[in-house]
Design a protein around this ligand. Sequence first.
Ligand SMILES: [Fe+2]
Ligand SMILES: [Fe+2]
Length: 327
Amino acid sequence: MSDALAAPSRTEKTEESGAEARATAAAAIMAKTAVEQADYAMRNWTDPEPGPVRLGSARHLRLFCDMLLQTHNPYKPAVIDWPRLDPDALRRVTSLPIWDIAVQTEGRASVRVQAFADTVADPLLRSALEMDGAEEARHKVVLSKLVEAYGIALAPEPEYLPPTDPEWGWLATGYSECIDSFFAFGLFAAARKSGYFPAELVETFEPVIQEEGRHILFFVNWAAWYRRSLPWWRRPLYLLKVARVWLFLIRERIGIARGIEADGSAKDANFPMNMNNSAGLGTTLTAREMIDLCLSENERRMAGYDPRLARPETVPRLARLARRLLR
Ligand SMILES: [Fe+2]
Ligand SMILES: [Fe+2]
């Protein structure tokens, strides 16, 4: 075999590396398109079967379970590329007083949702709940990766035990997400607008926020369906339990604002110290403007889903009331 046949010529080498570069570019475009498609699919979903859906019906159950299952975004926390931050941005991120609470909330949520899923006999509802719980567990992994990437020190985590009453645990997680996500939507938009965090970091974290939007949409529909599917004689006790959950959550939030958890567990070590300089996330918005932002973001994040699904109403309604009182 001659050398000319054994070794590729310079022209062949150039063509080869050109082809490789094109293949790499094509793969990158395909990967980007796949990410964009998954992102679009998680935000936009309508059941193709036309016709009205009565809340509390078997069709309603199928609608909200399918919504959650079919809008799942299969991103992998392990491959998230956390952007490098300049020293100022890094200081702002690491000094945010939320990391302990955020990590522990996700840890508790995944255990509570899974515990409730284990009590559900309906296979479709059960698989939707299992996906919800798995997404909470994934949020915790995303947060741990973020914390690791930016060298944020966390308090030791407690053990996450399943609740003795799984239904109570599910209700507490669901209503707590309804409150927290509503405000997170507005704060996140405020941080994006003000440039408090670099745009790449905001974009990296964006799917997690939308996922919480899907969770509360799923939860309020489950709650609407469940209440209607209970026999009349079980409804009063159930409504009492819901009221107890709300009282617990209000107490818990007052405790967090004071830097003490309602159940006495670890508070965020940096919470009171950093709350003042980070609560506004670099914005100069008034309380009323912030509520307006939360309301519009809540609507925007829910807008892509089947209009026959019930929307979260209690927290937006309370926020509108507070806005009027602030006048
Ligand atoms: Fe979560
Ligand atoms: Fe969630």
